[in-house]
Design a protein. Structure first.
Length: 403
């Protein structure tokens, strides 16, 4: 097996996923193409420089359907001889694109790939593609399906996390993100989005609320309480699965859950020969990748077992990891990770996360790998682990080592 290296990692700023968001008029194909062009220009890629473009996007309907990856290649300046593969592993789609590309390189199926993803959540609504686990009664009842927000509340109930703990994590995410932007920590990776006239549309993560405090969050009503308790009620269904719980404590709301945003990210992955041929220096080695299935009702606990799996598979321990990126889908997801591994909270999402900056579903996995790499370089650390929870009960993880 050959080594797979990360040569570059870029992303767009994240725009509010609403009609008044800065990126609302930009389609997923257009944003993807601009990110692909930026990556190619930064690294001098011409002709058939990469084997494939593997692109994650979750809601694959309408303008995000029809193998978006190939459409993005054709809309970009990349050579038409480069194909495209659109993949969907829900929230980990961007990470799975990176992992798949890395493992293709390791196995000798091509010298280099571009991997990443996109999601324009303000244009293509989450869930508008349907899902058997949610709409097929036979499967929904078999799996005790509940919406993700209620799953997050089940985690909080099962593992004893309070509303104050969740809100405190959210406030800290906002503080860290604001500090990171002020210090220019994203400057090397964030590519401003420009219109066809070259004018900047967005150069900064738009969703952030740096003035957030405990009092502000304390005034928000739980987002999933009414949904859970209404007749017939998802709470009752969940309690059939977990009868040891007296009730579901609803602690999550818009302020301690990930933001709905638009965004894209791309990572250039190749072997050593590719780097030498193109005069590029590798920034990190992708040491290990992993994925796992988990309980589909509580759904969002995947980062814990997949981290256990990737560490075991790679012969490592949690103490071997210097920094962590754990996607902030909901506060309880990160709280559970911290509880399970007893890691220093300062090492987890040191520059904030999706609660502060948003979670563009198909892109986030690639975004957090790039953020992890930047922070390893900034701090001089060696090894980092990125992981996400995934809808319907899965987890994914990637370990990178700085070169």
């Amino acid at each position: 097996m050959t080594d797979a290296y990360i040569y570059d990692a870029i992303r767009s700023p994240r725009g509010k996923g609403r009609p008044d968001g800065a990126l609302h008029e930009v389609t997923s194909v257009t944003l993807s193409a601009r990110i692909l062009d930026a990556l190619a220009e930064r690294n001098g890629l011409t002709g058939h420089a990469v084997e494939d473009v593997i692109w994650g996007n979750v809601t694959q309907v309408g303008e995000q359907g029809g193998c978006l990856a190939r459409s993005a290649v054709l809309a970009s300046g990349l050579d038409q001889s480069i194909p495209g593969l659109a993949i969907n592993r829900f929230c980990a789609s961007g990470m799975e694109a990176v992992n798949l590309a890395a493992n293709q390189v390791k196995g000798g199926a091509g010298a280099a790939y571009i991997a990443g993803g996109v999601e324009m959540m303000g244009r293509v609504a989450m869930g508008s593609d349907g899902a058997a686990i949610a709409v097929d009664p036979s499967l929904a009842m078999k799996t005790y399906f509940v919406p993700q927000g209620i799953s997050a509340d089940i985690i909080a109930t099962e593992y004893g996390f309070t509303r104050d703990q969740a809100d405190a994590l959210a406030v800290e995410s906002q503080r860290r993100a604001a500090e990171a932007w002020a210090a220019g920590r994203f400057a090397n990776s964030v590519v401003p989005v420009r219109d066809q006239n070259g004018l900047t549309i967005l150069a900064h993560d738009e969703y952030m609320r740096p003035g957030t405090d405990m009092q502000t969050l304390g005034a928000l009503k739980p987002s999933f309480k009414e949904m859970g308790e209404s007749m017939p009620g998802f709470d009752k269904l969940a309690l059939m699965k977990y009868p040891h719980l007296e009730r579901i404590e609803h602690i999550h709301h818009a302020g301690n859950s990930s933001g709905i945003v638009d965004g894209a990210a791309a990572i250039l992955i190749g072997n050593a020969e590719f780097g030498r041929a193109h005069g590029l220096k590798p920034r990190a080695r992708i040491r290990a990748t992993a994925k796992i299935g988990t309980d589909p009702t509580i759904m969002l606990t995947g980062p814990v077992p997949v981290t256990e799996k990737i560490l075991k598979d790679s012969g490592m321990s949690i103490s071997d990891i210097d920094l962590f990126e754990v996607n902030e889908a909901f506060a309880s997801v990160v709280l559970r990770f911290l509880q399970a591994f007893e890691v220093d909270p300062a090492k987890v999402n040191p520059n904030g996360g999706s609660i502060a900056m948003g979670h563009p579903l198909g892109a986030t996995g690639a975004i957090i790998i790039g953020t992890l790499l930047d922070e390893l370089e900034r701090t001089g650390k060696g090894t980092g682990l990125a992981t996400l929870c995934i809808a319907s009960g899965m987890g994914a993880a990637t370990i990178i080592e700085r070169v």
